[in-house]
Design a protein around this ligand. Sequence first.
Ligand code: ADP
Length: 536
Amino acid sequence: MQQKPHVYLFKSIILLGVYFITAKIGLGLDAVSGFAALIWVPTGISLVALVLWGFSYWPAIALGAFLANFTQGAPLLVAGGIGIGNMLEALMGAFLLKRFIHFHTNLDRLMDVLGLVLYAGILSTFLSATIGVMSLFLGGVIPHSALIATWSAWWVGDMISNLIVAPLLFVWSTKPFFIKQPKKITEAVLLWIIVVGIGLVVFLGLFGIWMIDSPVTYLVFPPLIWAALRFGQRETVTAIFLLSVIAVWSTVLGSGPFVRQQLSESLLLLQTFMAVIAVTPMILAAVVSERTQLEKRKDDFISMASHELKTPLVSIKSYAQVLQKQLKPAKDKKSQSLSYFLSQIDGQTDKMNAIINDLLDVSKIQSGKLELRQNKINFDVLIKDTVANLQQVAQTHTIIIDGETKKKIVGDEYRLGQVLTNLLANAIKYSPKAQKVIIRCTSNTRWVTVDVQDFGRGISQEEQSKIFEPFYRVEGVRVSGLGLGLHIASEIVRRHGGEIWVESKRGKGATFFFRLPLRRLRERVLYKKLTKKPYG
Ligand code: ADP
């Protein structure tokens, strides 16, 4: 991508300035051997700059690192070596992330988090630590004996920056807007208060000095898990950052569970803690986000595929009907068999249409878009009509209606009819050897209860808890179906404020019950008067 020179220059100066200032602050914070910091913030900043703006910004990083170390008292060549090391570190981190995992800066995939940890956190920082410490050693700034301690502090300090500072900048630069729903804002505020509160308790001994030495650091995990599960990567990395700030600050003040006699020992303990609280919740948030994305894609796919399938089906059906009309007058044998085939095509397209409608309903349910009409329904009539319609196509069984409620209900007539059809059709479908199916309707002051009884194979206890889940089908039953009917029925009943359940024993038939509340009648009628909403 071609950049305008003045934009490049401007951004470079900003990067250089930010690098220099944060480096100076870092060096001020108890640097090991004067140069290796507890958390080297500029490392994270450089990585983000190169990933977001492009590799061409490397000179600002080299210069920033050089100036920060030179003004700290490092000899010219040593500062130059450190500058080159830090620049290579950022270049390598950004290159590996882009080249091998097509890095998403919002860290919404497990691969992004693991890539960040491995490529930027562990590998690229190796370069900077090695080149930097070698420069210090060769320049005579540190003795032989300090090599390992300085190298490890340098490496881990840079690593922590790529694990805590870089994610914060990455996600906020990708998703800078605040949460919109008021309920979520309240929850987020509560989350931050708890995060800071726990940080203060664990590290600064708020509410009792005894807490400082107690091993209660694990308390930081619940709010981090909360952030990962309920919010997302942005809130998670922010929580991690806040906790890290408190942890560093308290350790510098000489307080908290990681303070030891030896400074280098406290640092290492603190750094390990920070790495763990950074990586674990980030992985969790990424996994949650991947799952949500997959669900969303699946819902979109079902909805799109069903819409696409519907169009050709409508054409097939109407062509078959046109041909059927043209054949009707002809009485010869050939025309009769053609007419039979056409009626088969017609019947099969209806079946396919029903399947597609089920898929569309499920996608509406899952995206929360299933709308219900609010009408006054005479339930006895609805049952009679549904049974009459079904009896026409299912002549193998007699459907017996037992009892009347004489009660009216408020709800969606089409959808409740769908529930009845589904239960009756299942009762017939899963009792091929029986001759009858019974539908009963009773009521009391609160509920209208319907049950559909069959004398078929029945459903085992274990399966009863699963059959209302979408796409669940009992294994080994060789009857066609997608396993959606009961799920759709249960959602419709639930949305009417009712309940659905089954009572059955294996081999002794099944009885499906559902009940709808009468209490809602008054509220709903009122509601309907206020908002006359059309269907759909
Ligand atoms: P489908 O019938 O398309 O498979 P459903 O959601 O209607 O989907 O039913 C889910 C499963 O529950 C079915 O696969 C079937 O095994 C079982 N089932 C439903 N109704 C009955 C019934 N009346 N008797 C026995 N099994 C049933």
